[in-house]
Design a protein around this ligand. Structure first.
Ligand SMILES: Nc1ncnc2c1ncn2[C@@H]1O[C@H](COP(=O)(O)OP(=O)(O)O)[C@@H](O)[C@H]1O
Ligand SMILES: [Mg+2]
Length: 236
């Protein structure tokens, strides 16, 4: 099996939510996925009716055992949910992982932390997380992406956008039916990382890095704004 780990020093950047989104998306695509919890500061979430299993790997022994056991199971994908501020644990987990993602949010502070993590974990990839969808905020977020040091830019993936329904995956009683928008977002996330697992990070096409994706959306937003202003002129 393959192991995808979602790590990084910053708290609240979306590691746990993304881990669930990925497991759920993998489940929807027919893969067998395990959510591997390693954050000692949290209680395991209730195992709902969602199509993936949970494993409690909060202590170091359990972590090694569970990840190694899962690795030998054909056809499974393990998703390790990390905890913040644990550089040595992150290094250990990194060694057992096939793909390491470092989510970060749209802020200078997140950028500073993720740059340091990228330097420490040379195989990891940064992932813009909970990324703004509002066009104005989005424009500002592009400037943040442009401020990544040149030598790290190719390691920044296309963003996972904010989707408020993502919290439904962590409810005490997960809903019987989840919104189609969430299902689609989770499938897209799973497909994206499966492709990276299959082809390796060096095979990520340039157009799928954060900046290329950002510029593509910027062009779409600019075209829409131009169209709207023409409509406005016409109406005036
Ligand atoms: N893609 C997303 N869209 C909207 N909200 C999100 C998303 N990812 C995380 N959040 C919200 O951000 C907060 C922190 O997320 P969490 O997954 O707990 O981060 P971490 O595990 O890194 O501490 C939570 O309130 C969560 O609901
Ligand atoms: Mg967490």
């Amino acid at each position: 099996m393959k192991v995808i780990s979602i790590l990084g020093s910053k708290g609240g950047c979306g590691k746990t939510t993304l881990s669930h989104m990925l497991c759920y998306g993998l489940g929807l695509l027919g893969h067998r996925a395990a959510f591997v919890m390693t954050d000692i500061g949290r209680e395991p979430p209730p195992q709902g009716k969602l199509p993936y299993v949970h494993a409690d790997a909060r202590n170091a022994d359990a972590r090694e055992k569970i990840i190694s056991a899962l690795k030998s199971r054909e056809g499974w994908i393990g998703v390790v949910d990390g905890g913040a501020n644990r550089p040595t644990v992150d290094l250990d987990v990194c060694r057992l992982s096939d793909l390491v993602l470092l989510p970060f949010r749209d802020s200078q502070e997140d950028l500073r932390v993720v740059c340091r993590d990228l330097e420490r974990l040379p195989s990891a990839l940064a992932l813009p997380s909970q990324w703004p969808t509002n066009p104005w905020q989005y424009k500002a977020s592009i400037r943040l992406l442009e401020s990544f040091p040149e030598h790290l830019r190719h390691r920044v993936l296309a963003p996972v956008f904010a989707i408020s329904a993502s919290k439904l995956l962590l409810q005490d009683e997960p809903a019987e039916r989840l919104p189609t928008s969430l299902n689609n977002a989770c499938r897209a996330v799973a497909r994206y990382f499966l492709a990276i697992l299959e082809h390796g990070p060096e095979a990520i096409p340039a157009e799928q890095t954060a900046l290329a994706a950002a510029r593509r959306i910027e062009r779409i937003v600019a075209a829409r704004e131009e169209k709207n202003s023409r409509v406005g002129l016409h109406m005036a």
